[in-house]
Write a new protein. Structure first.
Length: 96
């Protein structure tokens, strides 16, 4: 029962934070941390070059593939979290 209250509080906190951001900055775009990091690095040192230009990078062929990979990553993470919630809930039922 205590776990449900904690999860509910976390969900409520997320919802409040989301709507606060939307209401205070209605025209803001959602950007990734990579893009922000590039902007900060360019502002600090415009002549910056990566320390290992030979490092292989993966560029998806299209935006749809990138979205698919992101959704797949989120689904796998949700499965892992759901598994552990179920495991501990079942463990608590057995212990009682």
């Amino acid at each position: 029962m205590k776990l449900e209250y904690i999860v509910g509080a976390i969900v409520l906190l997320f919802i409040v934070q989301f709507f606060y951001g939307v209401l205070t900055q209605p025209n803001a775009e959602f950007g990734g941390a990579d893009g922000e990091a590039e902007n900060v690095i360019a502002a600090i040192n415009p002549d910056y070059e990566p320390w290992d230009p030979g490092l292989p990078t993966f560029e998806p062929p299209s935006g749809e593939i990138e979205s698919l990979l992101f959704a797949l990553q989120a689904a796998i993470g949700a499965l892992v979290i759901g598994y552990f919630f179920g495991y501990y809930k079942g463990k608590n039922k057995v212990d009682q």
